[in-house]
Design a protein around this ligand. Structure first.
Ligand code: HEM
Length: 135
């Protein structure tokens, strides 16, 4: 299920194998697990839920390559189930399955729902990302 959401909604930018487009769209491959594992601020697990709900805007660096794009918000456009499914897919594919710390507990729609309704902007989520990485 998560793979269908990924292929329909994410692959256009992040590409079919999660490799992204250097300089334009950051990879999911070998990278999303790194964000998931981060423990500062709100923690990587919740951060990824926020990215899906509210999007992300601001200059970032992934594996030494810079990006300064706009990740769309999916809250309202995808169901909580679909957002949970796609995160579960990305974190168990594209090399992330070997990099997630500990035993991966799938996201549930309830967990995504708990992140909803805070009316954050992509810039707010960018601040969370800075805190998460200790920047
Ligand atoms: C960033 C996932 C769809 C463009 C991200 C990040 C995640 C993600 C987890 C954060 C990476 C990080 O913090 O290092 C997804 C998923 C999608 C999706 C699961 C499908 C539901 C899209 C689409 C686009 C896009 C359709 C293009 C229209 C971007 C860009 C960034 C980003 C440009 C970096 C934003 C910045 O530079 O601040 N995506 N994405 N994403 N995504 Fe997506």
């Amino acid at each position: 299920r998560g793979s269908e959401v990924y292929n329909q909604q994410c692959a256009a930018c992040h590409q079919a194998q999660g490799q992204g487009i250097p300089g334009s769209f950051p990879p999911q491959k070998n990278h999303t697990a790194q964000m998931y594992n981060a423990t500062d601020g709100i923690g990587g697990r919740r951060y990824l839920g926020h990215v899906l709900q509210y999007g992300l805007t601001g200059p970032i660096k992934v594996d030494g390559t810079s990006y300064n794009g706009n990740m769309p918000a999916w809250g309202g456009a995808l169901t909580n189930q679909q957002m949970a499914d796609v995160l579960n897919y990305v974190l168990t594919a594209f090399g992330n399955e070997k990099r997630v710390a500990g035993e991966f507990q799938p996201y549930t729609p309830e967990e995504i729902e708990a992140i909803a309704g805070k009316d954050l902007s992509g810039k707010d989520v960018y601040q969370l990302r800075q805190t998460l990485l200790g920047q």
